[in-house]
Design a protein around this ligand. Structure first.
Ligand SMILES: NC(=O)c1ccc[n+]([C@@H]2O[C@H](COP(=O)([O-])OP(=O)(O)OC[C@H]3O[C@@H](n4cnc5c(N)ncnc54)[C@H](O)[C@@H]3O)[C@@H](O)[C@H]2O)c1
Length: 266
C-alpha cells in the first residue's frame, strides 16, 4: 500500500517521440499537465520548436526538445542523448512517431517502404534497447507503443504501414514477457481514425477522386471502416497513455488496446 502511494505522486521523465503534432503532442500535454517531465520530439524548424517550448513553459515539470531524425539508428541514439541531457533518464518511453504512404504493394516505392519500416518500427526497437537497461536497473518502467488498428487488421494499399504496425504489436509482446519480472510494462495502443494531420492526405484524396467537399470526404473515410463513424480525439489517446503509466494499470502488459470505434470488432 505504501508503494502505491509513493508511485502515484511520483514525477517521471517521459520521452514521447513525434510529439510536435497530432497524437504525440496531445500525449505530451497530458503528461505535462500531470506533473511529469516531458521530452518533446519531432521534425520541426526552430520557430515551431520555440512555439512548442513556450506552450509547455507553464507546466510544473521540466521540458526538453529534440529534432533528431529517428529514421536511423544514429538518430535514435542522438534522441536518447538529447533526452538524458534535458530531463534525465526517461523511465517512460512512448514510441509514437510514425508516417504513412498509401499505394498497392505491386507499385509501392522502395524508399517509402524503408522509411515506414525505419520510423514506425525499427526506431521503437532501437529506443527500447537503449532505455531498457536503466529501467531494468531501477526495476520500474513503462513502454507504450502507439501502433494502430493496422497492427491488428489490414487495409488495402497499406502494406508497409500494416507490416510495421503488426511488427510493433509483436515487439510489444516480447518486451512485456522479457521485462515482466522487472516491473516494466509494455503495451500497444491501437487507434482507428484519429483527428490529426496524418489522415489529411487521405481525406483530400477521397475529396479529389469523388469531387466532394472535405467534410463529406472525412465522414466517408471514417465511416467506411468504423461502426462508430467518428474519429477519436488525440486527447483520448493521451489519457489512455497516462492511465497505462498509473498504478491501476500495473498488471496490464503485453496488450494491444484498440481505440477504434469498433473497427477491429468486425
Ligand atoms: N491519425 C490517425 O488516424 C492514426 C491512427 C492510428 C495510428 N496512428 C499512429 O499514431 C502516431 C502519431 O500519428 P499522428 O496522426 O499524430 O501523426 P502526425 O503526422 O500528426 O505526427 C507525426 C509525428 O512524428 C514525427 N516524425 C515523423 N517522421 C519522423 C522522423 N523521421 N524523425 C523524427 N520524428 C518524425 C513528426 O515530426 C510528428 O511529430 C503514428 O505512429 C501513427 O501511425 C495515427
Amino acid at each position: 500500500m505504501r508503494e502505491f502511494v509513493v508511485q502515484q505522486n511520483q514525477s517521471h521523465s517521459v520521452l514521447i517521440t513525434g510529439s510536435t503534432s497530432g497524437i504525440g503532442l496531445a500525449i505530451a500535454h497530458c503528461f505535462a499537465r500531470a506533473g511529469h517531465h516531458v521530452m518533446l520530439h519531432g521534425l520541426a524548424d526552430n520557430e515551431t520548436a520555440d512555439a512548442l517550448r513556450a506552450a509547455f513553459a507553464g507546466y510544473p515539470g521540466n521540458q526538453g526538445f529534440s529534432s533528431a531524425d529517428i529514421a536511423s539508428e544514429a538518430g535514435c541514439a542522438q534522441l536518447v542523448a538529447d533526452t538524458r541531457e534535458a530531463i534525465g533518464n526517461p523511465s517512460i518511453l512512448i514510441n509514437n512517431a510514425g508516417i504513412q504512404h498509401t499505394a498497392a504493394a505491386h507499385e509501392f516505392p522502395s524508399d517509402k517502404w524503408h522509411q515506414i519500416l525505419s520510423i514506425n518500427l525499427s526506431a521503437s526497437f532501437f529506443l527500447c534497447r537503449e532505455l531498457l537497461p536503466a529501467m531494468r536497473a531501477a526495476r520500474w518502467g513503462r513502454i507504450i507503443n502507439v501502433a494502430s488498428v493496422h497492427g491488428l487488421v489490414a487495409s488495402e494499399n497499406k502494406s508497409a504501414y500494416c507490416a510495421a504496425k503488426h511488427g510493433l504489436v509483436g515487439l510489444t509482446k516480447v518486451l512485456a514477457l522479457e521485462n515482466a519480472d522487472h516491473n516494466i510494462t509494455a503495451n500497444a495502443i491501437c487507434p482507428g481514425w484519429v483527428e490529426t494531420p496524418l489522415i489529411q492526405p487521405q481525406i483530400e484524396h477521397i475529396a479529389r477522386e469523388q469531387q466532394i467537399d472535405l467534410e463529406t470526404a472525412r465522414a466517408e473515410l471514417v465511416g467506411a471502416k468504423q461502426p462508430m463513424a467518428r474519429a477519436t480525439s488525440p486527447d483520448a489517446i493521451g489519457e489512455l497513455a497516462l492511465y497505462l503509466c498509473g498504478d491501476f494499470a500495473g498488471t496490464i502488459t503485453g496488450a494491444a488496446l484498440p481505440v477504434d470505434g469498433g473497427w477491429s470488432a468486425q
